[in-house]
Unconditional design. Structure first.
Length: 114
């Protein structure tokens, strides 16, 4: 089974075709296609390719929905001082369904090497 490691929003994700992942908010509407070109690693059985990023490699995904994560609550407290403070936030996320992983054509690699 082929998989890739991609980088988006400062985080790295291991993806395969058909996977659904939540990434940091991307500025696209639901139902649109997104091409992620920061592919750091690709493996298909014994064949392994890596780079920072791999030239010509891309992952195509479809935006399923824009959503918010569950609420994170940070409670600050200092004993015997009467100090307490509650702060929290909800991360904005984009849910992606991975459609395809491609390494690019081998002709482009040969022409670039010449």
């Amino acid at each position: 089974m082929a998989f890739a490691i991609i980088k988006t929003g400062g985080r790295q994700y291991r993806v395969a075709e058909g996977d659904t992942i939540d990434v940091d908010l991307l500025p696209t509407e639901a139902g649109k296609q997104v091409v992620l070109s920061d592919v750091l690693f690709y493996a298909d059985g014994e064949n392994v390719t890596h780079g920072t990023p791999i030239d010509g490699a891309k992952v195509t995904a479809q935006v399923v929905e824009q959503r918010k994560d569950k609420k994170i609550i940070a409670f600050k407290f200092k004993r015997r001082k009467g100090y307490h403070r509650t702060v929290g936030h909800r991360r904005k996320l984009t849910r992606l369904k991975i459609k395809s992983i491609s390494l690019g054509s081998s002709k482009a690699k040969k022409e670039k090497a010449s």
